[in-house]
Write a protein that binds this ligand. Structure first.
Ligand code: C6P
Length: 408
């Protein structure tokens, strides 16, 4: 039986007070909170078997290597990957996307080729492609949005041509909550021989994503948004594609033979993990995946759907509110503005009530421009949120309205 109140007990941060009030955390899209299990897994590594991986022929190094590689198995299992070799540990989703843009993009793109993105991409799935387009002469194209903030798939037949060599799309928008039909886009792209990267930063921990079912070519996500530590992320790639790609960074552990003038490289994933990796981070991520599996992603999704429906209804009841993004089907995010009040002012007043919420452009400036707003207020939920959190948010929003004397 899913019980968010009980789940909260696993998260030490909910014991603390903020500005004299219990912490109301509504910013899990930025980063999630961490359960004891994750904190303790990292602690245990540093206290009991801290050693470098893949190097030492002694007990604690072997233990560290085994735990690090077990974490890779857990990730592979979690995303339905057939082979563990497809899982590359990175710093975060951003680094995973940069890896593909640089390694695959630089080798395969040429002037006249097209990279297809969407108008709702996070900067992390936009800037790496801008940079690679500038370096290779490839051109960027964008799937536009419908007025309710979905991808306008009617444009796909015009946009998807044999010129498109790579498609990189967000699965769930961090700013709108839109759940994109990535399966349809992947099928269309493959029909033209283009490869597809799915930015699963806001989906893998909420919806569950199976790379075999989706048949994407690459997937990127961050550990810290899925109860794991910061500084660890994942690039999953089809092993046959990773095999053919050149290294992204050079250094220790990614080589087989080194001469002064040249070197040969190891097979993936080692080829893409130059230098000492974030061992504790990977172990913590493994513990986070265990935790999520224990609770059950399907249960988490149902809980979030209930919370988001509740939030949409009650935030709207405050009045003078613009809510962005589609309904009813969306991820665990509600972006909105209180008419006539800057989102930063809203967030500052909510903070006085111990409410942590994000206000800003959410690293999606082109999307904000499309919405014709400088920024939004964004509430995002996860498995540990309860309806009372939303009640506190709406009460506080009423206070903001009073302070700013917003009139309809
Ligand atoms: N979005 C948010 O508050 P990193 O920073 O690499 O862990 O994640 C980047 C990223 C990529 N794609 C999407 C869809 C994202 O939402 C994010 C991170 C956070 O919305 C921080 S801006």
């Amino acid at each position: 039986m899913f019980d968010a109140v009980k789940i909260r007990e696993d998260f030490p941060i909910f014991k603390r007070m903020v500005r004299g009030k219990p912490l109301i955390y509504l910013d899990s899209a930025a980063t999630s909170q961490k359960p004891y299990a994750v904190i303790e897994a990292q602690d245990d590594f540093y206290k009991n078997y801290n050693a470098n991986v893949h190097r030492g022929i002694y007990a604690i190094s072997e233990e560290a290597t085994s735990a690090y590689e077990q974490a890779r198995d857990k990730v592979a299992d979690f995303i339905g990957a057939r082979r563990r070799e497809g899982v590359v540990f990175t710093r975060n989703a951003t680094e995973a996307i940069n890896l593909v843009a640089n390694s695959w993009g630089r080798t395969n793109l040429k002037p006249g080729d097209e990279i297809l993105l969407t108008q709702m991409e996070h900067h992390s799935n936009l800037i790496p492609w801008q940079l690679i387009a500038q370096q290779t002469g490839a051109k960027l194209k964008f799937i536009p949005l419908t007025p309710d903030g979905r991808l306008d798939l009617d444009t796909l037949p015009h946009l998807m041509t044999e010129k498109v060599k790579f498609v990189s799309i967000v699965h769930v928008s961090n700013a709108l909550g839109t759940i994109n039909p990535v399966d349809k886009i992947i099928r269309a792209a493959h029909g033209f021989g283009a490869l597809v990267l799915v930015d699963a930063s806001q989906s893998v921990q909420h919806l569950g994503v199976n790379v075999r079912q989706l048949d994407c070519d690459f997937m990127a996500f961050s550990g810290h948004k899925m109860l794991g530590p910061t500084g660890i992320g994942v690039l999953w790639g089809k092993p046959e594609l990773l095999d053919k790609m050149p290294p992204y960074q050079g250094g220790g552990e990614m080589i087989t033979e080194v001469h002064l003038e040249w070197a040969t490289y190891r097979e993936p994933p080692a080829k893409f993990e130059a230098g000492t990796p974030n061992i504790a981070g990977a172990i913590g991520l493994g513990a986070a995946i265990d935790y999520l599996n224990n609770v059950g992603i399907d249960q988490i999704r149902l809980h979030e759907q209930e919370l988001i429906a509740y939030a949409l209804e009650h935030i709207e009841e405050v009045g003078d509110i613009d809510i962005y993004g589609p309904r009813p089907d969306r991820g665990g995010v509600v972006s909105f503005n209180l008419k006539g009040v800057h989102p930063h002012d809203v967030s500052t007043i909510l903070d006085e009530d111990g409410i942590a919420i994000r206000a800003g452009h959410h690293c999606t400036q082109p999307l904000m421009r499309w919405l014709d707003v400088p920024a939004t207020v964004r509430a995002s939920v996860y498995l540990y949120n309860v309806k009372e959190d939303i009640d506190c948010l709406t009460e506080s929003l009423k206070k903001v309205k009073e302070i700013f004397a917003v009139t309809a």
